[in-house]
Design a protein around this ligand. Structure first.
Ligand code: AMP
Ligand code: ZN
Length: 473
């Protein structure tokens, strides 16, 4: 039973998709005006973990992630560089996808671009005007929050209250512009020299919030199973999405709201405006490896802030190095056939802890602890010479399975697996060649000794007219 904390109800609830099979998941995506910093990437790696866990549980996942390729920042930056908006944003979109691939993030189902969904947004804005939820002023269209009685249900920020004013006040200095008087822009009249699209209210461009409502509706329908975005988007962005969508469709917009916490630097949110950020490329240039960076981003529970330091990243490097060294040694060990009870028990317990942790509101640190606990116990079996052949294979199966969710060790596990078979095979072939030579030399004692030695390891030899063949028992 997968329990997930729902910001809407403020408690953990059992999660299942509404249709029991396919999860309709909307995730707020990047604004492609610059490289993503690793704070942004923590959020995107979390989306990935959520998707991987849902798939692990057997659900199909329809993840939509919007690409914001028109807003104040993208317009301003492309102008500064004297490049057309689309050309400018495509460049950073490409870097964004490269970063996701580097961090082994599995691709979403759809990555719709805002600029390619203007008709869908206009249809929604027009619907809101017709239904009386929105009003037009000088070529701008605003959502009238006083018309939507549920405004504030998600964030607890009520219209007309002191709280709302202070919440808006806090936003003033933030990356997202303050919308006028609590009513927020659905459509903005064109300013001279800015990219614009035709609309029933004259040329203009969409407000930022409407793209998520319109693209969620286009690809996933009226009601989502899960909507995710970092905590800074809870208010006003997500509150506004709910207002727009529910006013337009008359249906509940989303069943589960999930809000991962921020990555901090020295106790402050990592952000472009504070200048306290690292991009993924900065860290790769310093020699850190992608699996260590992914590991570091997973060291805190998603609802806890994660304070980023190079020192803690070095710890992840060291953890990963030990793990990978162990995995590289594993295929080279001489193991007897069979399995040991200690190993079987260790893996059963590790698997149970792993699943229980992730079912408990995606406790990734707990799931990683289960993995490392298993590795430690196997390390002890190795150092006391008790590890057997089937134990080793079972450990690699367990790690490969866990990595379907964690995603930072897969390649090394596969290498260990690949290393295991050929090495063992070539060793057997060498012994068979030695035995054949012994027989040719009429050294039958040596030939029999090799046959017995192989039999003890579960390898049966058969001398056929075509030569000696072997099989495992
Ligand atoms: P942006 O590209 O600025 O639209 O941000 C992309 C995503 O990263 C949004 O979901 C933000 O909420 C999220 N985000 C921004 N700063 C941080 C941070 N320091 N830690 C985690 N997520 C962040
Ligand atoms: Zn959004």
């Amino acid at each position: 039973m997968f329990r997930l904390y729902n910001t809407l109800t403020r408690k953990e609830e059992e999660f299942q998709p509404a249709d029991g099979h396919t999860v309709k998941l909307y995730t707020c995506g990047p604004t492609v005006y610059d490289y993503a910093h690793i704070g942004n990437l923590r959020t995107f790696v979390f989306y990935d973990i959520l998707c991987r866990w849902l798939r692990y549980l057997g659900y199909e996942v329809r993840q939509v992630m919007n690409i914001t390729d028109v807003d104040d920042k993208t317009i301003q930056r492309s102008r500064q560089e004297g490049v057309a908006l689309a050309e400018y944003t495509r460049r950073y979109e490409q870097f964004f996808f490269e970063d996701l691939a580097t961090l082994n993030v599995e691709p979403a189902w759809k990555y719709p671009r805002a600029t390619e969904h203007i008709p869908q947004m206009l249809q929604m804005v027009q619907g809101l005007v017709e239904k009386g939820y929105a009003y037009v002023s000088q070529g701008n269209v605003y959502f009238d929050i006083s018309k939507f009685p549920h405004y504030g249900r998600l964030s607890g920020v009520r219209p007309d209250s002191q709280a709302r004013d202070s919440a808006f006040g806090r936003l003033q200095g933030d990356e997202y512009e303050r919308e006028e008087a609590g009513d927020f822009a659905l459509w903005k009249a064109a300013k001279p020299g800015e990219p614009s699209w035709d609309s029933p209210w004259g040329p203009g461009r969409p407000g930022w919030h409407i793209e998520c409502s319109a693209m969620a509706y286009t690809y996933l329908g009226a009601t989502l199973d899960i909507h995710v975005g970092a905590v800074d988007l809870l208010f006003p962005h997500h509150e506004n999405e709910i207002a727009q969508s529910e006013a337009f469709t008359g249906e509940p917009f989303c069943r589960f709201w999930v809000h991962p916490e921020h990555l901090l630097v020295n106790g402050q949110k990592m952000s472009k405006s504070l200048g306290n950020f690292f991009t993924l490329r900065d860290l790769l240039d310093q020699g850190f490896r992608p699996p260590a960076i992914r590991h570091q981003l997973l060291t805190a529970h998603y609802r806890k802030q994660l304070n980023f330091t190079l020192e803690s990243l070095r710890q992840s490097e060291s953890t990963i190095s030990h793990l990978f060294a162990f995995l590289q040694r594993l295929p080279q060990l001489q193991c007897e056939p069979g399995r040991t009870q200690a190993a079987t028990t260790a893996l059963e317990e590790a698997h149970a802890h792993f699943v229980a942790a992730l079912n408990d509101d995606l406790n990734v640190p707990g799931a990683m602890a289960a993995v490392f606990e298993a590795v430690n116990r196997f390390n002890q079996l190795v150092s006391t010479g008790r590890l057997k052949d089937a134990d080793r294979a079972a450990l690699l199966d367990f790690l490969a399975d866990a990595d379907r969710v964690l995603g930072f060790m897969g390649e090394e596990v596969e290498k260990a697996r690949a290393g295991q078979a050929p090495d063992l095979d070539s060793e057997i072939e060498a012994l068979i060649a030695e035995r054949n030579q012994a027989r040719a030399n009429k050294d039958f004692a040596r030939a029999d000794a090799i046959r017995d030695q192989l039999r003890a390891r579960g390898i049966i030899l058969e001398d056929t007219p075509a030569g000696t063949v072997w099989r495992r028992v």
